[in-house]
Design a protein around this ligand. Sequence first.
Ligand code: BYC
Length: 323
Amino acid sequence: MNFNEKSAFMEEQARLDEFNRKLEAGEKIEPKDWMPERFRKQLIRMMSQHAHSEIVGMLPEGNWITRAPSLRRKLILLAKVQDEAGHGLYLYSGTETLGVSREQLIEDLHSGRAKYANIFNYPTLTWADIPIIGWLVDGAAIVNQTMLAKSSYGPYARANLRICKEESFHKKQGYEAVALLANGTPEQKKMVQDAVDRWWWPTLMMFGPHDSNSPNSSELINWKVKTKTNDELRQSFVDRTVEEAHAVGLTIPDPDLKFNEEIGHWDFGPIDFDELYRVVNGDGPCNKERLDARRSAWDNGAWVRDAASEYARKQKLRTIKAS
Ligand code: BYC
C-alpha cells in the first residue's frame, strides 16, 4: 500500500468509526453524514417500497369513495385517502435525500421492478372491507411504523413519526365502523366477518417472512434501521388485535389461535408464505389492475406536472428580471 492508499484507507476507517459511534450513541444519521454505501442502498430499497405502498394503498380504498354509505363515511374516507398520498410524499422526499430522484423511483414502480406491500393487491369486495382496512391494515402499519419512527436514519424516523399520528386516526375510525357493523343487522355482521376472514392472513403477511427467512433483517437491525424483528412485530399485532376482535364479537379465522399462558402471548397457525411471495412477485388478484391504475394516473397527470414546472420557470425568470 503506498502513502496515498494508506491515508485514503485511514480516512475511510475514521468515517466508519464515526458512523458506528453515532449508531451506538443512539444519534440519527442525517443526509449529509457519511454512510456506508450498503446502508444507503438498503434505505433506498426499504423507504421506496414503503412510499410506493402508501401510494398504491390509496387505490383499494379510493375505489369506495363514490359508494360510501353516508356523507360522514365519505368525508372520513376522502380525508384518509388524502393522508395516504401525503405519507407517500414524505417518504419519497425522504428517499430523495439519499441521492435518488423521484422520477427514477416512480419509473421503478411503473415498470414493475419495484416492490410494494402485498396487502394492496387484494380486492375490496364490500363496504366492510374499508373499515377492516382501517382496523387491520392501518393497525398493522402502526405497529411496524412506531418502531420505524425510532429508526437510525433521521428523515425516515421523522416521516414515520408524522405518519403514525395520522395512522392512529385511521385505525380508530376503522375500528369504530367495524364495531358498528359487528353490532348491526345479521347481514352487516355477516359482511364484516367475511371481510375479517379475507383480510386476516394477508395482514399477517405484511410483517414479512419469518425471521429465519428474512435476508435483510439482521443487517437492518445491526444498523438500528429496524429495532424489532418481523416476528416480534407480528406477535405484538396479533396480541392486541385478537382482543379487539373478541371485544366486538368477531372471530379470527385461525383454528390454531390459542392464548399461551406460559409466555403470555396468543399462539397462531402457520402462515402461507408461498402466497406472500406469489403476490409480491406480481401474481396476486389485483397486481395488474393496481399498476395499470398508477400508470394511467401518471399519464393523465402529465399536463399538471408540465404546467407546474412552466409556472416555476416563469416565476424564476421574473425574479431574475426584478433583481
Ligand atoms: N410486501 O428480508 P425481509 C400503509 C419483501 S402502507 C411486499 O424481511 P425487510 C397503508 C422484502 O421487501 C405501509 N414485499 O425484508 C397505506 C424483501 O424483498 P427485497 C406499508 C415484502 O425489508 C394505504 C423480501 O420480501 N409499510 O400502511 O427486512 C392505506 C424479504 O423480506 C413484504 C411498509 O412498507 C410485504 N409485506 O422487511 C392503508 C413498512 N414483506 O426488497 C395503509 C416499511 C417482505 O429484498 N417496510 N417483503 O427484494 C418494512 O417494515 C420492511 O421492509 C418489511 C420487510 C417488514 C416489509
